[in-house]
Design a protein around this ligand. Structure first.
Ligand code: 2M8
Length: 427
């Protein structure tokens, strides 16, 4: 266990700021030095959330810089590339070729996928916690139409199941890349080795999940990022409870911010009702939400931290909230570990305490679940989540993720959302 002497709040806050300053490129914050040299969608948005109480200008800059990558379809990309490190991350701009698409922004290179639509909730969070109301109001007015376009994109281009939810078309869109819930849909894909020769990969590569990630991205790119292709031919289409729970929370936020932006709240109120009904009808089974593979029609039997995403809905019926809280506190999740919240249920054969989204605890999902607990007046749970999360960073530093049993750090060091969300939790 790689613990360090526990640091007090003042020192922890200072360390968090120095990580965020070191990861600032001048216009945005990269997730971590080295491994992730560009701007990632939900990373930046969590950074904006973490900065909301402290620095409205920088929280706004973070969102605006991400939205500079928004496509004219309304899609907010999962990566906005930082030109100086263009090919330092694979797949880089030469794979996505966003510049060849007529709807991509001029002069900003991006990926062609999206990530959980957290920006509405972040804008609301900034408005709610800012110390500079005037600047926050101006940011709401400026950003709101962009989020309205994002919402329209999800409603029109991503309801691939026709039931009112947005489907993800790649595991990267969930933000939980290697979660066991993607195993079955990935394994159902055809062999993909052909993809490598044309993209300059070495021969003799195994047909791994990573190969399948790349091949899915290439197929979508080669369709011209076409919405009809996604609906009719793309082999990966999954309804994810976390993605849709976050979407619902952002719709709720847009409804509440509407008067400030001079917009009509009604479409967002209706969207909240529609998404809630669809989540319950399409993804709820055996006391929890599941992912639904639209290509096989099956619900995933594996339960992950993503299955609690719809708890972000303030209107979720109280019996469903009680079911979810019971499961979250049970030995399948928090009841068996020292630190919240394992990304996969402990009893699943796929659980692996040290492999990214297959077991470790993450600050961002802890923050979302703490927020969900607060919304439903689960004060004890919110307190345990907040304190347990701070214990992780106090002991192991701002790591990318953590072993849920002993709290040791995993993945990158100096990870931006771990630092930024610490600032929020310390408030
Ligand atoms: C991880 O995802 C990227 C691909 O987008 C990767 O594995 O290279 C995930 O943890 C994702 O949630 C995160 O946004 C990204 C950057 O931190 O890294």
């Amino acid at each position: 266990m790689e613990a360090r002497a526990a640091v007090d709040d003042v020192a922890l806050g200072r360390e968090a700021w120095s990580v965020l300053d070191a990861n600032w490129t001048g216009s945005a914050t990269v997730p971590a030095p080295g491994l992730y040299p560009h701007q990632w969608n939900w990373d930046s948005t969590f950074v904006a959330i973490g900065l909301s109480r402290w620095n409205t200008r920088r929280a706004g800059a973070e969102l605006l810089s991400l939205l500079a990558g928004q496509w004219r379809t309304g899609m907010v990309p999962h990566i906005v590339f930082h030109p100086a490190s263009a090919e330092a991350y694979f797949p880089g701009p030469s794979v996505w070729r966003s510049q060849d698409h007529p709807a991509s922004p001029n002069e900003v290179l991006t990926s062609g996928l999206t990530q959980p639509p957290l920006q509405g909730l972040a804008l609301w969070w900034m408005w709610r916690h800012t110390t500079d109301r005037e600047m926050a109001a101006a940011l709401v007015r400026r950003i709101y139409p962009m989020l309205a376009a994002q919402h329209d994109y999800l409603t029109t281009a991503r309801d691939l199941g026709g039931g009112g939810l947005a489907a993800i078309v790649h595991p990267w869109e969930s933000g939980m890349d290697d979660s066991p819930v993607w195993d079955a849909p990935l394994e159902a894909l055809p062999q993909v080795r052909y993809a490598y020769r044309s993209e300059g990969f070495p021969d003799g590569h195994l047909d791994s999940h990573h190969d399948r990630y790349v091949s899915l991205a290439l197929r979508y790119r080669d369709s011209g990022y076409d919405a009809t292709y996604l609906r009719e031919d793309h082999p990966f289409a999954v309804e994810d409870p976390m993605f849709n729970g976050i979407w619902l929370a952002s719709c709720q936020a847009l409804a509440e911010l509407a008067p400030l932006a001079g917009a009509d709240p009604q479409p967002y109120r209706e969207a909240v009702e529609r998404i809630r009904a669809a989540l319950l009808e399409r993804l709820w089974a055996d006391g929890v939400f599941h992912t639904r593979d639209l290509r096989s029609g099956r619900l995933s039997p594996v339960c992950t931290v993503g299955c609690f995403g719809p708890m972000l809905d303030p209107g979720l019926p109280s019996e469903r909230v009680a079911d979810l809280v019971r499961l979250l506190e049970s030995p399948r999740f928090m009841g068996a570990v020292g630190y919240p919240v394992p990304s996969c249920e402990i009893r699943a054969p796929q659980f692996d305490r040290s492999r990214y989204w297959r077991g470790p605890s993450w600050m961002n999902t802890n923050w979302l679940l703490r927020r969900a607990a607060a919304i439903h007046d689960q004060t004890g749970l919110a307190q345990v989540l907040g304190a347990g999360t701070l214990r992780l960073v106090r002991q192991a530093g701002f790591r990318e993720c953590f072993d849920p049993f002993d709290g040791s750090g995993r993945g990158s060091r100096d990870f931006s959302w771990s630092a930024a969300l610490t600032l929020d939790l310390l408030a």
